[in-house]
Design a protein around this ligand. Structure first.
Ligand SMILES: Cc1cc2nc3c(=O)[nH]c(=O)nc-3n(C[C@H](O)[C@H](O)[C@H](O)COP(=O)(O)OP(=O)(O)OC[C@H]3O[C@@H](n4cnc5c(N)ncnc54)[C@H](O)[C@@H]3O)c2cc1C
Length: 167
């Protein structure tokens, strides 16, 4: 049991949280104070520093260059990054490869995941619809292949980072 009475907050996790807090205060907050606004883009220099910290690969296995940590550690880090600039935590979220990895063949994992870890290959996704939020099973938008063209039927609501994403 840790000193604060929270058994799950191990010493290793506390160190991960504290490192993220220090990074946020030193590298994220000053940039956010200068740039945060409706059209602000995260500078590439900050993106490179996030990559150096390994934050694009928190949950990606070490064999692909990631930190190989779990969702709890991911939450600890993103909580700290969000304190400085919510958008920074949001682009870190673009990189965590859980859903991508499950459907990827091994040769694609080897090709793409190291690039994800370096912050070079980030995704955007449009899941939410006007009548669908948390309950993804009720998504109604459909994409049907018609000859050489995909025909989309339905509406989407959000696609954060669509303008900066690789996929
Ligand atoms: C800044 C921002 C950016 C976003 N970017 C994207 C994006 O890029 N792509 C995308 O697809 N979506 C995006 N979203 C949408 C976001 O993912 C949805 O808001 C989210 O899915 C929740 O849906 P909702 O707002 O309709 O809330 P609802 O699903 O209607 O939920 C309302 C409340 O009910 C609770 N609730 C829902 N279901 C249950 C349940 N089964 N049991 C208990 N409680 C429940 C929720 O926790 C919440 O408190 C973004 C939202 C924001 C605010």
């Amino acid at each position: 049991m840790s000193g604060d009475g929270l058994g799950y907050m191990t010493e290793a996790r506390r160190m991960i949280r504290d490192a993220a807090r220090e990074f946020t205060m030193k590298e994220v907050l000053p940039v956010a104070n200068a740039l945060d606004g409706p059209d602000a883009e995260i500078p590439m220099s900050l993106r490179d520093k996030l990559a150096e910290m390994g934050y694009f690969g928190i949950t990606i296995p070490e064999e692909y260059g990631g930190l190989g940590l779990g969702i709890f550690e991911y939450c600890l880090i993103c909580e700290q990054l969000s304190r400085g600039w919510m958008s920074v935590a949001s682009i870190v979220a673009r990189a965590q490869g859980g859903w991508i990895m499950k459907s990827m063949p091994e040769d694609m994992r080897q090709e793409y995941l190291p690039r994800v870890v370096r912050g070079e290959f980030l995704n955007a996704s449009a899941l939410s619809e006007p009548d669908t939020g948390s309950d993804l099973a009720s998504i109604s938008c459909r994409a049907v292949l018609d000859g050489d063209e995909w025909v989309l039927t339905g509406n989407k609501y959000w696609c954060t980072f669509a303008d900066g994403a690789t996929t």
